[in-house]
Design a protein around this ligand. Structure first.
Ligand code: ARG
Length: 593
């Protein structure tokens, strides 16, 4: 379906053309003076120079062509040459009736379906998930869902850190504790046990212990590096232990991500591409891209137009070891060979901005990707505490993700019980807990996604869990309210599918209609810019418009049945759209709250 704003612009373009002006001047935008008009056109000002004419006159000429317009109910000219516009109720009504019938509310399929890989999450095996992993998980999941909904072919890959020093640390600590384990017997040639010699609870304790020890004890650290090296060069016992660590840790990671409603199509990691590195390094050397600098192997990636220094991309350290860079480049190579993506989107902390700039330039320059392969980095800002510094535990340590979610659910539960008490309705404890989990997740995700990804924000539990304001719970509250009205309508014997939207009869009804009409434009932009915050802004406006309408309108007691059915149809469309939108943001609504 054509976008509402484009249909309106089209009508204005015709008016400009008919009045003898360039049709391009007829571009219409949303009004920035909602008190005066719904849409506006500023083309007359732009045309003044070209036509040596006062903008007011140009605007009047265009307006004169629109007296009979089926789109505009009101076209008024305001100095110096603004065209302030209101559309006809019938025009908005027609558009909504079409939206309701159309696939995906009138969002067209993309001209060309793209293969998109979203690389997000980035959890590290054997280390617990902490607050820093929250934003990439939430943003990445939403971006994946948005691109998929828009009609693209999307793969989400967690790209685990599963090949680094943390593995050597865990192995070293295990060796200290259980030196007799068969994995450490170099003469052992038999099968290794199927069961891991540790539980997840132990593993969670082993890594921090080992990491702390390595910082104080140089010999211990050297041992861990040696263990990492042995693992990476394929020693059987070390590999077998590594597989145990992977299995136990990944199982736990899956549980954690599931509870965030974050799901990956691929659980690949750095380890998966290690075999590709020698061939890639060879190719980079033969192609004349990589050269030695202070013993290390590097590729230059600076460009003439750079305003800041972009250092070379290091491929191998002077001791020949591969780096984080090397693995990311090899992963790009692997992805190109296996999936031929048109676009790869990475979601990580924005402190990796320069890093990805280097990687992308290197991949382009060396032909690891095609010239038109889009490589995009979404660098997220930091989630800060109320003191404006990165969010920490009360003791000042790194907050584990599970604990953070636990705190939110606790606060959400408190608010839900409080709300039930003030509104005097019964809610049983276990139902309240389940609701708190659903609404709590919405609070966190909406609190995050309603900010532009690159911006830092303050994690304020009290604000995020509030039922009022620009929050997840407010959006859910609105959905639950609509559901309840629709439910009652059905109980009264009404049929939702038969109900047809009518042309708006009040300002608040019209405002809701106009807000809803932006669906396809919002989705297209959200996908194009990989920007979930656009969807948040869209649904917040809808929720406000709906609540305003709801407070002014007695829906269920309306005696005119067609009118009542018209409102019900409008509510159904509102609910359907809100539900799709929150799903794209990665959360859902409870039945009651
Ligand atoms: N594991 C990394 C970290 O914890 C994030 C990985 C991000 N993705 C990537 N392709 N480099 O910082």
């Amino acid at each position: 379906m054509q976008k509402m704003i484009d249909l309106i612009s089209e009508e204005m373009r015709k008016a400009f053309t008919a009045a003898g002006y360039d049709g391009d001047l007829g571009k219409v935008t949303l009004s920035n003076r909602p008190d005066l008009c719904e849409y506006q056109c500023n083309g007359a000002m732009a045309g003044a120079k070209k036509y040596h004419k006062a903008p007011l006159m140009i605007a009047q000429d265009a307006a004169a062509q629109l007296a009979e317009s089926e789109v505009f109910a009101q076209v008024s000219v305001a100095p110096p040459g603004f065209l302030n516009l209101k559309v006809r109720e019938s025009f908005a009504g027609d558009y909504l009736r079409q939206m309701r019938k159309a696939d995906r509310f009138g969002l067209d399929a993309p001209e060309r379906v793209k293969k998109i890989i979203v690389d997000y999450g980035g959890a590290n095996v054997a280390k617990p998930l902490h607050v820093g992993h929250l934003r990439p998980a939430i943003i990445g999941e939403s971006v994946k869902r948005i691109c998929r909904y828009a009609g693209h072919d999307v793969i989400g890959d967690i790209h685990m850190g599963d090949w680094g020093l943390q593995m050597g640390l865990v192995i070293t600590e295990l060796k200290k504790r259980q030196p007799d384990l068969v994995y450490f017997d170099e003469n052992y040639t038999g099968e290794y046990p199927a069961e891991a010699p540790f539980t997840i609870a132990e593993l969670e304790e082993i890594y921090p212990t080992a990491s702390a020890r390595s910082k104080e004890d140089a010999a211990y650290k050297a041992e861990a590096m040696e263990a990492t090296h042995r693992l990476q060069s394929g020693e059987r016992g070390h590999r077998a232990l590594w597989r145990h660590i992977m299995r136990v840790s990944v199982e736990d990671l899956k549980k954690n991500y599931d509870s965030l409603d974050v799901h990956f199509d691929l659980w690949k990691g750095e380890s998966d591409v290690q075999d590709l590195i020698p061939g890639m390094v060879d190719m980079l050397k033969k192609g004349g891209y990589a050269y030695e600098s202070d013993g290390a192997l590097v590729v230059d990636v600076k460009e003439e137009t750079d305003t800041k220094e972009v250092p070379p991309c290091m491929i191998l350290k002077s001791d020949g070891a591969a780096l984080y860079n090397t693995t990311d480049l090899a992963t790009i190579m692997d992805r190109m060979a296996k999936y031929r993506p048109d676009k790869i989107i990475y979601v990580t902390d924005k402190r990796q901005d320069l890093y990805f700039e280097q990687i992308f330039r290197c991949a382009k320059k060396t032909g690891l990707v095609n010239e038109d392969t889009e490589l995009v980095h979404i660098g997220n800002g930091t989630m800060n505490g109320k003191d404006g510094r990165p969010f920490k535990t009360r003791e000042g340590g790194v907050m584990r993700l599970e604990h953070l979610i636990g705190e939110i659910n606790k606060e959400m539960l408190r608010k839900i019980l409080e709300n039930a008490e003030t509104k005097d309705y019964e809610i049983d404890e276990s139902q309240a807990q389940e609701t708190a989990r659903i609404v709590g997740l919405a609070a966190v995700k909406y609190g995050d996604l309603s900010n532009q990804a690159a911006k830092d924000y303050i994690f304020d539990i009290d604000r995020f869990t509030s039922f009022e304001g620009d929050t997840g719970p407010y959006i859910l509250y609105t959905i639950v309210r609509i559901k309840s009205i629709l439910h009652k309508y059905e109980e009264q014997g009404g049929n939702l599918t038969d109900a047809v939207i009518r042309d708006a009869a009040s300002d608040s009804e019209k405002s809701l209609a106009l807000e809803l009409s932006g669906f396809n434009a919002t989705m297209e932009a959200a996908c194009e810019e990989a920007a979930p915050h656009r969807i948040c802004a869209y649904i917040y406006d809808i929720a406000n418009a709906f609540n305003h309408f709801y407070h002014e309108t007695k829906i269920l007691t309306e005696e005119d049945e067609t009118r009542k059915a018209g409102w019900i149809a409008l509510l159904k469309l509102t609910e359907d759209i809100l539900e799709v939108c929150i799903d794209l943001l990665g959360f859902s609504a409870p039945e009651k709250m």
